[in-house]
Design a protein around this ligand. Structure first.
Ligand code: WQD
Length: 341
């Protein structure tokens, strides 16, 4: 009997890549999105990649409890992966109430409906909960630190909400927290990828938009950090590797392989890469010259963080396999696809 997975925010960057991998792994997927932060490009791309024209799409807002309840009544949801949230760090600092209201309300509604239905819950968390770690690499036991933005704080709060609700449910509700490091790249088909609205906050879309000529110049925020080349270190994980981690996590839940009712896994490569290394790799692998300059540090940036992914590797059997070069090639192919090149 095929299992059904609801992907909230499933038309977005991570959601669309996860939908592809779930379908290709044999799951039925329901995509639900309010399209507040993306258009139909990626959803249409998912249909082309999978060859499945009849993927159920529910256009709805997860802050609307009635709509969420109706969704869980309409489909036999075995597991829900919750992506639907606002995610711009800078915007969350300027508009905290918008972020707390949307990101917490939507998750509370999903959790309540999942608990009623007995669906497993997978929450899209972030390495941002570690703040500036005292030591690297970080494991799942590394203490979380106060978030440096309301966006990051909504991740921390949602982790606690899931943990407490699972504990009180005495085995009726189970869930997994996946802490992503820095998701980058695009599907090798170049039919889905990152589609930031306006000026990209994140590094790789800014790089590709600069290379294609949409942006004048990339600013590298700070080259005076205590790192080998002075620029920040991150754990950049290929979006397809990240998407596959969700398939491993869903099967762990629905096939009864969980060892605790609420589990947390770091989803990273375990390999630190600096901003400058990423820029140089992008230029080399794509044969393009990037216009960049060094600029002052960006407030709130962490000097260095990367994952110890051992737990996900051993417990879930998942491991990142794509190289940074492959990922940057796919990112560039996606940008060229968007430009019709
Ligand atoms: C990476 C590095 C920047 C842009 C954020 C969120 C995290 C997750 C991933 C959502 C930093 C540098 C960037 C630029 C630059 N988001 N940079 N010039 O800040 O590590 O993580 O995105 O889930 O929660 O916190 O990612 O890509 O913004 O920055 O030099 O134009 O690139 O200073 O060192 P970050 P990022």
């Amino acid at each position: 009997m095929k299992k059904t997975v609801l992907v909230s925010g499933g038309a977005g960057f991570i959601g669309s890549h996860v939908t592809v991998e779930l379908i290709q792994a044999g799951y039925d997927v329901v995509v639900a999105d309010n399209f507040s932060n993306c258009d139909r490009t990626c959803f249409e791309g998912v249909k082309r990649i999978t060859g499945k024209e009849d993927i159920p799409l529910e256009v709805m807002d997860f802050c609307d409890m009635e709509a969420v309840k109706a969704l869980f009544q309409k489909y036999p949801i075995d597991a829900v992966i919750h992506f639907a949230a606002y995610k711009a760090v800078g915007e969350s600092v300027a508009q905290p109430l918008k972020y707390y209201k949307n990101n917490l309300t939507s998750f509370l509604n999903v959790l309540e409906a999942a608990q009623e239905k007995g669906s497993f819950v997978l929450f899209s968390s972030s390495a941002t909960v570690y703040g500036e770690p005292d030591s690297v690499p970080v494991t799942e036991a590394t203490p979380r630190k106060p978030a440096t933005s309301p966006y990051g704080n909504t991740k921390t709060i949602c982790e606690d909400i899931l943990r407490d609700t699972v504990k009180a449910s005495e085995g009726k509700l189970k869930g997994i927290l996946l802490r992503y490091f820095n998701p980058i790249g695009a599907h090798p088909s170049a039919l889905i990828g990152e589609l930031p609205r306006g000026v990209p906050n994140n590094l790789v879309p800014f790089i590709t938009q600069t290379a294609i000529g949409k942006r004048e110049c990339l600013s590298i925020f700070g080259n005076d950090y205590p790192t080998p080349d002075g620029t920040c270190l991150r754990d950049y994980i290929d979006i397809v590797d990240l998407a596959k981690a969700h398939v491993f996590a869903v099967s762990r839940m629905v096939e009864g392989k969980m060892k605790q009712d609420c589990e947390v896994f770091n989803v990273g490569t375990g390999r630190p890469v600096s901003v400058l290394e990423l820029v140089n790799a992008f230029e080399k692998v794509n044969g393009v010259k990037l216009n960049y300059k060094f600029a002052p540090r960006r407030a709130g940036d962490v000097t260095a963080i990367w994952a110890d992914p051992t737990l996900a590797n051993t417990e879930m059997g998942w491991k990142a396999t794509r190289t940074v070069e492959e990922t940057l090639k796919a990112a560039w192919a996606w940008e060229k696809h968007l430009a019709g090149k």
